[in-house]
Every structure is written in C-alpha cells, then in structure tokens.
Design a protein around this ligand. Structure first.
Ligand code: C5P
Length: 226
C-alpha cells in the first residue's frame, strides 16, 4: 500500500514547502484541480527537482470519447506517473483512451473515478438512482473491460471490486482519516487498518497531513503502519 499526499493547499509556495518537508519519504504526491489549474507544469517540475517522488495528476477528466482521449494524451505527455478520468464517461470512451495510450512506449497508470467519497447514500441515489456499492462495482467492471488499470473508490468498495474484477486491478482510496481525525466534508471515511484489510493499493490523505502541526511526523507514522 502506498501513501499519496494530496497537495491541496492554498498556494504554490505552501504546496512546495510541503513537498520539501517530505523529502526522502516513500510517498506519492497528488496534484488536484485547483493546484494544476493555478500552477500547471511548474508544480510538476518543482516536485521533480526536489526528489524522486511519483506524481498522480488528479484531474478527473470527463468528456465524449474523442475529446477525452485527446485530453488524456496531453496529460500523458507530462512527467506524471498516474492520471484519472471518470468511469461514467463509459466503455467506449475509456477504451478509446487506453487504445491510444497503449500504443505509446510509456504511459502513466490510468484510474477511473467511480463514486466520490463525499457522497452519502441518499445524495448518490438522488443523482444516479442506484445504491453506491452496485454502481461502483458495475463501473469498475466496465473500466476493467476497457483496459483501465484501476479505480478511485472508497475503502468500503475496494475488496468487493477486487472480487468482481481481479486482485491486480488497482484501488486508490481517498477519505482516509489515519488516526481518527475529523471527517471534514468526507462521508465514507476509514482508518489505516480498514484500508489495509480491504487491500487498498493507494491511500490518499490530504487535510490530516497538511493541516497537522508536523506533517512529516504524521507521514512517518502512517508509513510505519503501512
Ligand atoms: O483532505 P482529504 O484527505 O479529505 O483529501 C482527499 C483528496 O482526495 C482531495 O484532494 C479530494 O479531491 C480527493 N478525492 C476524494 N474523493 C474521490 C476522489 C478524489 O476525496 N472520490
């Protein structure tokens, strides 16, 4: 299991300070929409200049097949190790992306977002008219069929997804509160031992790290437990 630290702070400088503080640790960094829209490739370059960190570019791209594949080709040209798109773009769109990316000598890992971990069961049903678990399993099977490497899901769906696809199909799980911290806006939240028991391949942790008094110490504690 790998720890992916969310670079969701308010400025380029505070994000970079966090990266520098975690120098030498075995962590990935997740660059989300706000940071990428504001700082772009400058942040990716600054991370690479700091250390040999792996980067997950979390843009959750969602569009029609050709536009989605065009966009994924552009992000695959960046120096990042993992990208993502929305599984609800569908089988044709995800297959088009993977056909294009697989024709290259190197490509980043590609994950599909299933249900956001901020959804409650009621909110999700209101929009999709399905329960979260069955929708997430169906989206994961479709993503697997399209040749996608894995999915973004809550810890509680990780194990059922592996049963429904394969144990090699990756799960990346946000909504982790390692040591019982505040939920913030997350609803389907779990701690480290639950993430481990559910075979999560990557855990994403944001606020419990970057809002801590000593982010490096929190990361070290998480790493020693995983
Ligand atoms: O601060 P916190 O640990 O809640 O941050 C979680 C991170 O994971 C945020 O960057 C959020 O955008 C992202 N994320 C999520 N749920 C998903 C996909 C991504 O919380 N399903």
């Amino acid at each position: 299991m790998k720890l992916c630290v969310a670079l969701d702070t308010a400025s380029f400088n505070t994000n970079l300070a966090l990266v520098k503080e975690l120098k030498g640790l075995d962590v990935w960094f997740k660059i989300g929409l706000r940071s990428y829209l504001r700082d772009g490739v400058k942040l990716i370059d600054a991370i690479h200049q700091t250390d040999d960190f792996k980067i997950f570019l979390d843009l959750k791209i969602h569009d029609i097949p050709n536009t989605l594949a065009d966009a994924c080709e552009v992000v695959a040209n960046l120096e990042v190790d993992m990208i993502n798109l929305h599984a609800s773009a569908g089988l044709a769109a995800m297959s088009e992306v993977m056909n294009r990316l697989n024709s290259r000598p190197h490509r980043p890992l590609v994950l599909a977002v299933t249900a956001l971990t901020s959804f409650s069961e009621d909110e999700f049903k209101n929009i999709y008219n399905q329960d979260i678990k069955s929708a997430v399993i169906k989206m994961s099977q479709t993503a697997n069929q399209a040749g996608i490497d894995g999915v973004v899901c809550s810890v509680f769906e990780s194990l059922p997804i592996k049963y429904a696809t394969s144990k090699e199909f990756l799960t990346l799980t946000p909504g982790i509160r390692p040591f019982g911290e505040a939920f913030d806006d997350q609803k389907r939240v779990a701690d480290l031992s639950t993430a481990k028991a559910n075979l999560s391949d990557f855990i994403v942790v944001g606020r419990p790290i970057y809002k801590a008094q000593n982010p490096r110490e929190v990361c070290e504690r998480i790493l020693s437990e995983i």
